[in-house]
Design a protein around this ligand. Structure first.
Ligand SMILES: C[S@@+](CC[C@H](N)C(=O)[O-])C[C@H]1O[C@@H](n2cnc3c(N)ncnc32)[C@H](O)[C@@H]1O
Length: 275
């Protein structure tokens, strides 16, 4: 399928610089092929035929940039995504976290919240929710706005129910949300311990110490250098013996902090800080 205008390497750098200087978002260390493809997709949807038109809109139309940012980043997510990962959390991670009087968990790149809502349900079922603080961050403010409302797709609840059962869930999944027209809303009690905030993994710093960090399907869009930087940020944000979970296609194998972690589950990419 032809997706229209393809930026050259030099043009891509120009756009990256423009976004950095005008809006402060740093895409310099994102994987270039996928970034080029996604910019082409944005241009196609917005019916922009030239680099000049793209630059003009980015410079003169802040509302265009809001849309562009939302369309540029991949926001795909679901509840209990990769159910076996959640099964491993139930069986291998939560029992260890139970020994802490207060548990702090960070979801970095939380998109529209489905991942942190799943974690909240898991914690509730393990009897740990009332002493857990969940921090869910993302680069994209539009994602956070939706996440704060607790809205999930009604159409997908069937799929989420299957994921939930495969993750070892024993309840009726529908007790966790209320239906509201075409949407479903996660019940308030499973959202009240969650703090949603904007945080950019490429430029922002450590902001707390956590017993578990989940950053799934985010670093796949970064180049090696940025992945390395973010893994170091996570190392410095974890308490000794803290857990780190990344996406099934992500790994810390090629990073500087590799030796500082041990594997808890190779298949579901859960690691633990050695000390
Ligand atoms: C594919 S979604 C993953 C959502 C969820 N973690 C999951 O696995 O279902 C990737 C998310 O990473 C966010 N993201 C991309 N770059 C980021 C950055 N530099 N800092 C924080 N979040 C970022 C995007 O806005 C998007 O919401």
């Amino acid at each position: 399928m032809d997706i229209g205008y393809r930026l050259t390497d030099v043009e891509l750098d120009e756009i990256i610089q423009l976004i950095l200087q005008k809006y402060g978002y740093d895409f310099r260390n994102y994987a270039r092929t996928s970034l080029t493809r996604r910019i082409a997709r944005c241009m196609n949807i917005a019916n922009l035929k030239t680099l000049y038109e793209l630059k003009y809109n980015l410079i003169n139309e802040p509302s265009f940039f809001t849309w562009f940012l939302e369309t540029l980043t991949v926001n795909v997510t679901e509840m209990f995504r990769d159910p076996l990962f959640y099964k491993d959390l139930r069986e291998k991670v939560l029992p260890a976290l139970a020994s802490y009087p207060i548990i702090k968990i960070w979801h970095a790149g939380c998109a529209t919240g489905e991942e942190v809502f799943s974690m909240s349900i898991l914690l509730h079922e393990a009897g740990l929710l009332n002493r857990t603080k969940l921090y869910a961050t993302d680069l994209n403010p539009a994602n956070l706005e939706r996440a704060r409302k607790g809205i999930i797709s009604m159409e997908q609840t069937k799929e989420y129910t299957i994921n939930y059962i495969q993750s070892g869930g024993k309840n009726d999944f529908s007790v966790y949300y209320t239906a509201h027209y075409q949407s479903a809303i996660i019940r308030k009690e499973f959202r009240s311990n969650i703090l949603f905030a904007q945080h950019n993994l490429a430029v922002d710093q450590v902001f707390n110490e956590f017993q578990l960090i989940c950053c799934r399907n985010v670093m796949i869009y970064f180049n090696r250098e940025l992945q390395n930087h973010v893994f170091k940020l996570f190392y410095n944000s974890l308490s000794p013996k803290g857990y780190l979970a990344v996406g099934i296609k992500e790994s810390l194998l090629f990073t500087d902090v590799k030796e500082q972690f041990e594997s808890v589950s190779a298949a579901t990419r859960i690691y633990r800080r050695k000390n």
